[in-house]
Design a protein around this ligand. Structure first.
Ligand code: GLN
Length: 468
């Protein structure tokens, strides 16, 4: 095996045995980056010297690719937006501090949809990322660079973020494991905000065990993020020992499984996954989440509303792009924003400003918050009866570039991942096999209750075993 093919666990073992050093491992990733990134476009930038310096200081550390919205001191943080071109972070995000404290080093910055808005990485303002399994197709998004880097062996593992599906859907498209932690499990301090009541950082890896190791390093209380409770973080990787499907109550929800427009190969692979779980001893239980049909509408009110507020800070005054056409302070704001933001980001800001405006606030934003509560209650009720839900991760495998030109069809990609994001519970995407004719990877999604990451990872691991 080449060093760049290793996952976290294998890399840690090799480092512990002295088979190679962190410098050699990091150099192998850098060489792979030079050989392959021209074709795949997973990375936007790679501070090679910085990564190697950290590897020299920490001879047992494992390099991790970082989504370009997480601040790493001294490195660019563009969120794949022209508005932040040239911006250099003055501090480390808490997740980066946690990585460094736990034997990992940030190595390379990976592409994404601009400000994490999108499902294909086609909204990046700075570059194209291709699916390593089929270069004519998208890697998914918004963490498309992370997924392409993991799936194409351009990194050992990566960090992504998930607001409505951005870890899980690209993981499904690129044959990776992706975990969206429960809201509050991982600190958001230093992670550029898209929709603050939804955003979570999570691992994108080559195995469930790797996801468990990386999540343990990331998670925990942070004084700088008031939504992170003091609940202890268990040793997720240790909890995986002996993980099994035996006696696991797996919920099947018709709102997820009987959906018009689901790709027949996604349906076949999901059905097969369910049968494998049953054969391995899981008990299948039918459940209903009746408010699922409203999730998309609720998300496209709440997420843009929060985004419009969060993105107000990019005004050309304090940092980032500053228009040269400006003649006064007002035109400095408007021209800098008009030149710096791409079309999808503008669309979200306009939608968000509208739903928050006086006269519409109660009708849209207030109502969406109430329906969000109903969606959350659906999950509470379901988890009284089952340990985990199993669903498709995305309605289709990776699609061709330009195939979803209409924003609405693009939004529909997140049909299965948005409700759990709104509910704040945890969910994973685990590889489930390949489509017949096109040979594209497809992931299956497991969802567990809030702060049930240990259970989620165990079920995901048990599925990984039975799907081998
Ligand atoms: N695709 C969804 C959106 O565009 C979700 C993105 C995300 O999770 N960051 O909003």
């Amino acid at each position: 095996m080449e060093l760049f093919e290793l996952g976290i666990k294998q890399a840690q073992e090799g480092l512990a045995k002295g088979e190679f050093s962190s410098v050699e491992l990091t150099q192998a990733i850098i060489d792979r980056y030079h050989a392959k990134n021209g074709e795949i476009g997973a990375y936007l930038t790679f501070d090679e010297e910085g990564a190697l310096a950290l590897a020299r200081e920490n001879p047992k550390a494992v390099p991790i690719a970082i989504k370009d919205l997480i601040n790493v001191k001294g490195q660019p943080c563009t969120c794949a937006s022209k508005i932040l071109k040239g911006y250099v972070s003055p501090y480390d995000a808490t997740v980066i501090k946690n990585l460094k404290a736990n034997g990992f080093i940030p190595a390379g910055r990976v592409n994404m949809d601009e400000f994490a808005m999108g499902s294909s990485t086609e909204n990046s303002g700075l570059g194209v990322t291709k699916n390593p399994y089929d270069l004519t197709r998208v890697p998914g998004g918004s963490s498309g660079g992370s997924a392409a880097a993991v799936g194409g062996n351009l990194c050992i593992a990566a960090l992504g973020t998930d607001t409505g599906g951005s870890i899980r859907q690209p993981a499904s498209f690129c044959n990776c494991v992706g975990v969206k932690p429960s809201y509050g499990r991982v600190s958001r301090f230093g992670v550029t905000a898209f929709a603050s009541s939804l955003d979570q950082v999570g691992p994108m890896t080559k195995s469930v065990e790797d996801a468990a190791i990386l999540l343990k390093a990331l998670a925990g209380h942070d004084e700088m993020d008031g939504t992170t409770p003091k609940d202890p973080v268990s040793d997720y990787a240790k909890a995986l020992e002996g993980a099994s499907m035996k006696g696991v109550k797996l919920g099947l929800a018709k709102e997820y499984l009987e959906v018009a427009g689901m790709d027949p190969e996604v349906k076949r692979l999901t059905d097969e996954a369910i049968r494998k779980c049953e054969a391995a001893g899981a008990e299948l239980v039918e459940v209903s989440l009746p408010h699922t049909e409203y999730a998309m509408a609720v998300y496209y009110i709440i997420a843009p509303a929060e985004a419009s507020a969060n993105l107000a800070r990019f005004d050309g005054v304090r940092y980032g792009h500053r228009s040269e056409q400006a003649v006064d302070v007002y035109s400095l704001y408007t021209k800098s924003r008009a030149e710096g933001f791409g079309p999808e980001v503008k669309r979200r800001i306009i939608m968000g400003t509208y739903v928050l405006s006086s006269g519409y606030y109660d009708a849209y934003y207030g109502k969406a918050q109430k329906v969000r509560t109903l969606i959350k209650r659906d999950f509470d009720v379901a988890f009284e009866k089952v340990d985990a839900l199993v669903t498709p991760c995305a309605p289709t495998p990776a699609f061709k570039f330009g195939a979803n030109q209409d924003p609405l069809t693009m939004y529909l990609n997140d049909l299965y991942t948005i409700p759990s994001a709104l509910a704040g519970v945890c969910a994973s995407s685990v590889p489930a096999g390949f489509t017949k004719d096109t040979n594209l990877p497809v992931g299956v999604q497991f969802i567990c209750g809030g702060f049930e990451e240990e259970k989620l990872l165990k079920v995901s691991k048990a599925f990984e075993e039975v799907s081998k």
